[in-house]
Design a protein around this ligand. Sequence first.
Ligand code: 3EB
Length: 370
Amino acid sequence: MKRDAMNATPLRLAQYTARGLAAVRPGWLDGALGAVWYGGGTPPATLATDLPLARVATPPLGEDPVVCEVWHGSNAAWDTIGEPATGRHGVVDFRTDATLGLIFGSVTLREADFAAAQGSMLQSATERAYLDIFGLLDAKGYPYLVRVWNYVADINAEESGMERYRQFNIGRQDAFTACRREIVGNVPAACALGAVGQPVAQRTLSIGFLASPRAPVAVENPRQVSAYHYPAQYGPRSPTFARAGVWQAGTHDECAAPVLFVSGTASIVGHRTVHAGDVAAQTRESIANIAAVLEQAARDGHAEIGLPELAYRVYVRHPRERGTLASVRAALEGAVGHGVAAAYVQADICRGDLLVEIEASAGHGLEVLA
Ligand code: 3EB
């Protein structure tokens, strides 16, 4: 059945446990926009083979953990006449949803396949990934990156005299510049984490993203220096991301519904890490930063969103250290409530002294499915 294109169809985010995923009705995920799988091994057959899937090496934590995030659109992928909704462009797998005005894409590259002509293999792989992403977006007329999830193996390792996260930042920023994207101000919400347990020969760079014909509006955090203005002590190129972005679902202004994407948020005040060595205090500071972003979004004239409305993904560096996961969970549930929609996973964070990072999304245009 055709949907009324004038009605903004909400974007839906489902956080599935392994059991939840096994219980979905066959075909239910066929119309999804894309998925992020962090359950390790081979994803279950329920995840249709042509669904763009970002495979992320961040092991799920806790009992009966969330293993997969699925972005459901309007299922317009099957209504659209014309260009195929699902495809591949260079190294990017993608699916478009014309009713929502959204594209989900994923990239997985083996670093070993990239020659380090200039800079490192990681820098080259990152640049290739982003050049192909922007090439796809320009070809489709979905030019604006809305949200990007980046996963880099051994993100804190120092190689050829430079930390790998800093190498990644060079490749990313060079591609933004080459593709005529802004590198300050109107930049996408993002996160960049360290994938876990990849042997050097099998290191992959893994990226998932959402993009749109509509530009998101960036939101910054008054408690933090904007990341794109970080001083040179954090690397030769600043990271290219905004603290959050507000994006309107749908393609008609009069019925658009906002979605807020909060970037990976850590225990940083100004540009400095605070509470080194104290994971509970870092978690509380990260939540204070997310709250500050929500307040800023409201001051900027966006819809008021409270902490309990957000769906979270929480990255923990040392989950096996005694009491760590419990104290992170207690800090989040203490601030947000026990019913919080949160996926806990293990990952390295992009500064060696950060022990936890939290990202989130919410909004009238986003429905969170338990
Ligand atoms: C920070 O605030 C922590 O490089 O895309 C958070 C979100 C962080 C995104 C990125 C990095 C990125 O600087 C790290």
